[in-house]
Design a protein around this ligand. Sequence first.
Ligand SMILES: [Zn+2]
Length: 164
Amino acid sequence: MGLYDRFYDEDSKCPKCNAKIKTEWQTEQFECLLESWKKGDFVQYHKWELIPEKERKKLYGDMKLGPSSRRTNQYLSDAPLLLNGKVPVRISCKKCKSSLEAYAKVVAGKFMGIIEIEADGEEKEFVIFRPETTAKSLRKEFANRLSHLQESCEHENTKWMNIE
Ligand SMILES: [Zn+2]
């Protein structure tokens, strides 16, 4: 049994028997640190911290095998594991036992949902969306901002001239 990272999409369904998939989709694409992402989550690992001894005692008493670290709200990096692309995921349907292959869609570093679900299909390949798409939208946004700047400059100019 291996370790996985997981994606959860409450709306995903088995294409064969139409059962809702209530378990988490598994992927081995990244570091397999048992991270779990829901829709809208930033696709990056959380930092872990050691639980201070005092708190640990309060939580778990003298339990020797109690956890010694916990997940924090901070991420390991400001950059997502993947900016735009599709991460191969799989699970087996609890109802009809089909093995399901699908993609976790990532847009702008956020998990958007499970797509392209196939029963008994081939294992899917990792897809990174072409960076040009991103560059193009960035340029567009920049051009937008520039034009706003120019507008506000012109505005200042008019005011200045009025004062004179
Ligand atoms: Zn099924």
